[in-house]
Design a protein around this ligand. Structure first.
Ligand SMILES: Nc1ncnc2c1ncn2[C@@H]1O[C@H](COP(=O)(O)OP(=O)(O)O)[C@@H](O)[C@H]1O
Ligand SMILES: [Mg+2]
Length: 151
């Protein structure tokens, strides 16, 4: 099923110059980038984005981390995109992330794991809406679609 998901290169990924290589992986897979912007996340938005983690030990450090510098936000569309993008990112703890995944290739610790991806269709919808206005989501056909998918 064709899905939309929300993905983010976190402040450490931006600072370490990994934006291009991370975006490249999604393009290489044939995923369609339907929205993209850089922003410094305001504290209130960070709190809403990570509200499920409120009260956990890592919540305050997580808010500081995610608001510490600009991030690159994306909406990505493709076959099974929500799970597929998470698989490409690897496990939350980079020590458990398989080589070949983004976290497994570019990071070492959970608190600096360089990317975010929505974990369910509810989160994907919620997070896309949280970070993008409707007019920022692009609806377009890409010329490779006839070769990426069966008719
Ligand atoms: N034990 C932890 N210590 C430090 N940071 C953590 C810890 N657990 C989670 N985090 C941070 O909070 C983010 C959100 O956690 P979670 O939703 O469980 O993972 P994921 O980002 O893989 O969906 C993680 O990506 C990571 O940046
Ligand atoms: Mg999560």
């Amino acid at each position: 099923m064709i899905e939309k998901t929300f993905a983010m290169v976190k402040p450490d990924g931006v600072q370490r110059g990994l934006v291009g290589r991370i975006v490249q992986r999604f393009e290489d897979r044939g995923f369609k980038i339907i929205a993209m912007k850089m922003m410094k996340i305001p504290k209130e938005l960070a709190e809403r984005h990570y509200e499920e983690h409120k009260g956990k030990g890592f919540y305050e450090p997580l808010l500081s981390y995610i608001t510490s510098g600009p991030v690159l936000c994306m909406a990505i569309e493709g076959e099974n995109a929500i799970a597929a993008v998470r698989t490409m990112m690897g496990k939350t703890n980079p020590q458990d992330a398989t080589p070949g995944t983004i976290r497994g290739d570019f990071s070492q610790v959970t608190g600096r794991n360089i990317v975010h991806g929505s974990d369910s269709s509810e989160s994907a919808k919620r997070e896309i809406k949280l970070f993008f206005n409707d007019y920022e989501i692009q609806k377009y056909e890409k010329i490779d679609e006839v070769w990426l998918f069966e008719k």
